[in-house]
Ligand binder design. Structure first.
Ligand code: CAA
Length: 440
């Protein structure tokens, strides 16, 4: 069977940056280490006043098509995943296609377009849709573009405010891909949850602590479901494990949970038994409470072992490096984590071809999906072409007063007319409804 997967990735960050320890923490009267050590974040990306989900998505897709030498005729499908849509009927992909048609010869009239919604897991679902479309033989040899784009903003003074971010990730899905092949096997953990909602409102209503528990519960189910089709996982099977990253502190918890699950009944558990004992088994306890207490103690001890810390530093930590500098991009977040992992291998000159990654996507509401990816021969060339570091470095750093103004500029309930803080450096800018597109 021909490989199907991600051929290329382009990332587009919002042009503004909010320094969390230096600017946000003093204004909030918080200890800077709450953000850097607790949440694991240094900065957030924000959109300038001329950026929105369409412009960021279109700019990412434009660079992707240009770099890969594609015309609209080569693309048979454009899906946008977002939690920040402004229209319940017309999909964001039509706006993006409209922008792209202004700069490429030809049009996308032949292309199937849609918008995927399931909180942050939606872009992974859109990649799955493109994968299935190609596998089903419906692509007529054309590629699919999947765009994850969000302005992940919270109401001012919401506990989520520190985790904000804005940006887009555009992915090209093809046969015989350059970057990664996606496995046919997937695992799901899905349940009706109300921890994070946006019912006809711009900013989310979040039960933050509950949302963390739901993330971990669904992720555990998804790993178990994945194992039921792909066989038992082992921590050494994967070069990297990119997780959905609302903030790196969340992934610290997910990484430990995943590791505990993966070492069960393996030689790793045997090796650690002298040091910290074996994992508690439910049948050895009279009630759930005693069992859960024993698990907590085991997990705390496991986190302190050298074995776990070395594994985490090599397999999970490198996936968080971009996220630390940009915050939560909702639908794009797990795809930034993958990019961060690949960039790490590139910088360390690791021979990654043929190695596997386990990708843990998650969306509130709630659903986790786990699948494996195998790194392809052309991965270096693709990573080299990404200009994410350059984009991060040239962001404009906001003062707290500017941050307050720009937050208002993106708040649909506030009448605001804020000047641009940066000079547009790309094709598409937001000029007001109905006038979105190429800058004159
Ligand atoms: N030094 C070091 N660490 C500190 C510290 C300090 N001075 N002060 C606090 N911390 C630590 C805390 O101990 C805590 O770490 P642990 O969880 O490991 O104990 C961490 O920093 C955060 O501190 P708080 O729990 O006090 O922070 P908070 O309550 O103000 O906010 C939050 C945390 C509730 C997660 C909030 O950021 C939030 O609501 N975020 C939005 C929801 C979210 O991202 N949920 C994640 C799962 S849902 C999902 O993934 C979907 C999605 O994208 C939204």
């Amino acid at each position: 069977m021909t490989a199907v997967g991600i051929d290329a990735i382009e990332i587009r960050t919002g042009r503004l940056k909010l320094d969390l320890p230096g600017t946000f923490a003093p204004a909030q009267g918080e200890d800077p280490e709450k953000y850097t050590k607790g949440l694991g974040l240094n900065a957030s990306s924000f959109p300038d006043s001329y950026e929105d989900i369409v412009t960021m998505g279109a700019n990412a897709a434009h660079r992707l098509m240009e770099r890969k030498g594609l015309t609209p005729e080569d693309v048979g499908r454009i899906d946008v995943a977002t939690e920040s849509a402004f229209d319940n009927s017309k999909p964001v992909s039509t706006y993006v296609a409209g922008c792209l048609e202004q700069v490429f010869d030809g049009d996308f009239h032949h292309a199937n377009k849609g918008e995927r919604k399931f909180a942050c897991v939606a872009a992974t679902q859109a990649v799955d849709d493109a994968y299935n479309w190609i596998r089903a033989g419906r692509s007529r040899g054309k590629a699919a573009i999947v765009i994850a784009t969000d302005t992940a903003l919270y109401a001012r003074d919401d506990p989520g405010e520190a985790t904000q971010g804005a940006g887009a990730v555009a992915m090209l899905i093809t046969e015989d891909p350059n970057l990664v092949e996606i496995s046919a096997e997937q695992g799901y953990g899905s349940a009706d949850e109300t921890d994070f909602l946006k019912p006809q409102q711009q900013f989310p209503s979040v039960d933050g602590k509950r949302s963390m528990q739901v993330y971990l519960a669904r992720m555990r189910e998804a790993v178990e479901d994945f194992e039921s089709v792909a066989g038992a996982t082992h921590p050494d099977d994967y070069a990297y494990i990119p997780y959905h990253t609302p903030f790196p502190g969340m992934v610290r918890k997910a990484g430990l949970l995943g590791y505990r699950h993966m070492i069960r009944d393996t030689s790793v558990e045997d090796d650690l038994a002298d040091e910290i004992g074996r994992q508690p088994r439910r049948e050895a306890f009279d009630d759930d409470e005693a069992y859960e207490e024993a698990i907590r103690e085991y997990v705390d001890a496991l986190a302190e072992t050298e074995h776990y810390q070395e594994w985490y530093a090599a397999t999970v930590e490198p996936t968080l490096e971009i996220s630390r500098e940009v915050g939560n991009w909702y639908t794009g977040s797990v795809h930034i984590a993958r990019a961060s992992a690949l960039r790490d291998a590139y910088e360390k000159d690791v021979d990654l071809e043929g190695q596997r990654m386990l990708v843990g996507s998650y969306g509130s509401g709630a659903q986790a999906e786990v699948h494996a990816e195998t790194v392809r021969e052309g991965w270096r060339e693709e990573v080299e072409a990404m200009n994410v570091d350059e984009q991060l470095d040239r962001r404009y750093e906001l003062s707290f007063e500017e941050y307050e103004e720009i937050h208002d500029a993106h708040n649909h309930d506030v009448d605001s007319d804020v000047e641009e803080l940066t000079t547009p450096d790309s094709e598409f800018v937001f000029d007001g409804w109905g006038r979105m597109g190429e800058r004159q």
